[in-house]
Design a protein around this ligand. Sequence first.
Ligand SMILES: Nc1nc2c(c(=O)[nH]1)N[C@H]1C(S)=C(S)[C@@H](COP(=O)(O)OP(=O)(O)OC[C@H]3O[C@@H](n4cnc5c(=O)[nH]c(N)nc54)[C@H](O)[C@@H]3O)O[C@H]1N2
Ligand SMILES: Nc1nc2c(c(=O)[nH]1)N[C@H]1C(S)=C(S)[C@@H](COP(=O)(O)OP(=O)(O)OC[C@H]3O[C@@H](n4cnc5c(=O)[nH]c(N)nc54)[C@H](O)[C@@H]3O)O[C@H]1N2
Ligand SMILES: [Mo]
Length: 894
Amino acid sequence: MTGIDIDGTSVEVPEGASLLSAVRAVGIELPSLCHDDRLSPAGSCRTCLVRADGRIVAACVTPAVAGACVETGTDDLQLLRRDAVELIASALPPRALAADSGSELAQACRSLGIGPCAAQGNGGRGGDESHPYVHLDRDLCIACGRCVRMCSEVQGTFALTLTGRGADTVVAPGTGGPWAESDCVACGGCVDTCPTGAITEPGPGRGLTSGNRPAAGLTRTTCGYCGVGCSLEVTTRNGEVSAVLPSRDGPVNQGHACVKGRFAHGYLTSPERLTRPLLRQRDGRMEPVGWDEALDHIARGLRAAVDAGGPDAVAAISSARATNEENYLIQKFMRVAIGSNNIDNCSRLCHSPSAAGLAASFGLPGGTDSFDNVERADCLLVVGANPVEAHPVVGARLLQRVLHGARLVVADPRAVGLALHADVHLRPRPGTNVALFHGLAHVLLTEGLTDGNFLRERATGLPELAELLADYPPDRVADITGVPATDLIAAARLYGRAEHPAIVYGLGVTEHLHGTDGVRALSNLAILRGAVGTDLGYGVNPLRGQNNVQGASDMGALPDVLPGYRKVTDPAARSRAEELWGAPVPQQPGMRIPEMFAAARGGELRALWIVGEDVCATDPDTQRVTQALATCPLVVCNELFLSETARHADVVLPVASWLEKDGTFVNFDRRFQRVRAAVSPPGEARTDFAAVHALASALGVDLGCPTPAAALAECARLTPLFAGLSHDRLDRENAVPWPCPGPDRPGEATLYRRRFATADGRAHLAAAPYLPPGEQPDEAYPLVLVTGRRWAHYNSGSMTRRGGNLGLDPADHLDLHPDDAARYGVRDGQQVTVESRHGRARLVARIGRETAPGQVFCSFHFPASGVNRLTSDHADTVTSCPEYKVTAVRVAAP
Ligand SMILES: Nc1nc2c(c(=O)[nH]1)N[C@H]1C(S)=C(S)[C@@H](COP(=O)(O)OP(=O)(O)OC[C@H]3O[C@@H](n4cnc5c(=O)[nH]c(N)nc54)[C@H](O)[C@@H]3O)O[C@H]1N2
Ligand SMILES: Nc1nc2c(c(=O)[nH]1)N[C@H]1C(S)=C(S)[C@@H](COP(=O)(O)OP(=O)(O)OC[C@H]3O[C@@H](n4cnc5c(=O)[nH]c(N)nc54)[C@H](O)[C@@H]3O)O[C@H]1N2
Ligand SMILES: [Mo]
């Protein structure tokens, strides 16, 4: 710490702090129009002038030197600052200082006594309103460069620049054309930092930033899109959301956000929102009915199903979009009110191989380290993940780390996102990860880049693995994967020689026929290096997908485990739950999602309750899913919209979304965070929590835990993993990671410091051989289709297609290499038909070099394009996670 004197008050500030932060630390506010704590200081606007040891300096760029004597309040300084601000304002048109402007500049003028008539510019420089979420008013630009720095130093997109000379300097997209056609990914960072209102969000959020948001009508919550878990501040007006701003102190996002959390809330008020329950009539039409009638119908259907086939004739798919408390209640409903373990959730389709693989290697079904640790790594191995598009705030933080010198190895067949910044980009053929990871491990072992002590004392399985790895020399791995041996060796050396390497991975590892083997083979690398559970590295970390996919599983919405991953086959675990729930818990593990559909097609499953998953759009081989729903006598769906699945249901219950409910989510690095209702659900829509209670009541069952807080409290009593968690605590502390065994314990952000959570306390190396993917191309289906995500849309697109994001990306595109485009006669922008052995889809071709020849890529955000009619029912042999990443297809221009 450094001690300095400010206007006679002593203050201690961290080493290297600026005078501006020291001045603020004693409660003095100075205007600072070119400054934002999230950015490097510029010192260009000269509005934060102070006198330090007799010299007049800009406080934002002057470091606090021990013993310095700083004056801020003398008349001459006040005058200098006032002049500086007035000079800036004078160039702007009068609207810059309009009475209702909350901009930083307008506020500074008000506090310095500068009247609105100070703004005397003529304007006339025009604007850019081409973008749905970011509008530019060039007349208000003071060329402070904050937006440009936000875009480069926080977001890392480098989309903005300052153009023009002298007084005419103004921000502009670097590509020169309209904003909408620039590289902007609408993270909102420029809007949030702009001090004058030159860059704003159109509509009711106009002019609001995380610096000037109103205190009234403000709700702090956690984003309900992806698993990053950004903290957001939601402002409302007349009962509607007016803006969603990133929390400056958000534990994960630190004042940043992305196009989804920040802007994609238009779906809330979409005219297509469901506001009343729907019941299918005898003639097949869906008609709105009251809740009582809908619940009564479901209750009768459930009783009939149980009478005909026993409790296991009923199943539920719980939602990774819903809260922990809702998931807890749904699994309790299935176990207590129905008497079946037939409960599963979307992690089946996503990171179930992570849960299985990480638990087998290390003991617990979650990532090993906190993201804050990962960010400290000097070498990042990013595998089968595209965080720049799918976890943008994490992607931005990782990119900054790389721009500041961390080494980066990316393993991904496509050249997108972080791969463009990699020291080594490994491009394995889809489905060959296990061979690739064994190749890397082979090099670590043969080059002595392993940690002998760690392997002896904290791991098992080395002899078996070493024997297997003898079969994976770089040349053979090159044959299998297509990755040149030299690249493989270079990558292994980077990871092997780094001081603190970290592994981050995504669905490119899990959504395969051998996804669990992939997770285990990837974990081998961290174990060989001793880079997990030690200070030597930051482990193995899945970028989990949906907002609460970790939590849905944590809460026991799985067929084989109770809350906290206690096996249903374990008598002790069952009896603890039975004691608390006052009902017997079935001991037979239930069905997984694909088994539910098979049982429905086979006539054994007679009632299926689907809570917030559009299985007819997002599960693989959807034609067969639709068949399953058509055969099942009762299908109930909790939804916001009439999704593909809801269209096939017998009863649809209208429910609240994340901005309309109370509870908690668990993000990708195991942090519990609060979710709070900012607005009310529309019409008669209820929360999933209320809907489950209502259905239990209709069956004459009281599930207890009347409120979300009570549900989490009950879960904490049930399982030691979450014993220290409660809503009260999260209201105070914002984020608490699990395991958290007591209210006075902080929670373990980093796992396994003392021992691994396996039965023998050791990390387990896995010697699983490489096996080929389920689908191979042939003459009839010569291309390999990989499916995945695009930045502007989210999964089924049910929310992001209803609002401005549609303007940013209007269709599912098929990316293909120019060679393949030429071979199959496809033009850029053309509608094409894609056919697999399972079905057919219609997509818009996009020709580029992101995909390798012989491979094509598309998203699945527009159910109408039918992408999941293409994908097969091949699934991970351990967890049944679909092989979404490998499908043999052919492409034809119509
Ligand atoms: N914008 C946006 N964000 C999202 C979502 C969304 O739909 N849109 N969905 C959320 C959800 S549910 C999830 S699970 C996450 C997913 O986040 P990610 O896992 O990052 O998403 P994907 O794009 O499906 O796949 C990641 C990468 O795996 C690569 N890949 C495919 N096959 C292989 C292979 O065999 N080996 C290797 N090494 N790589 C391969 C693909 O080329 C792709 O770039 O994103 C979440 N965030
Ligand atoms: N081809 C291909 N298919 C894939 C993937 C892939 O990579 N390729 N990825 C898979 C992965 S990882 C995932 S996670 C799945 C995602 O698939 P889904 O879970 O089906 O997709 P989402 O769009 O996230 O949400 C499903 C539905 O939940 C509704 N919803 C949102 N919030 C709530 C809520 O609070 N309560 C209720 N009841 N409903 C709500 C939405 O309106 C939406 O219709 O897709 C999988 N499908
Ligand atoms: Mo996912």
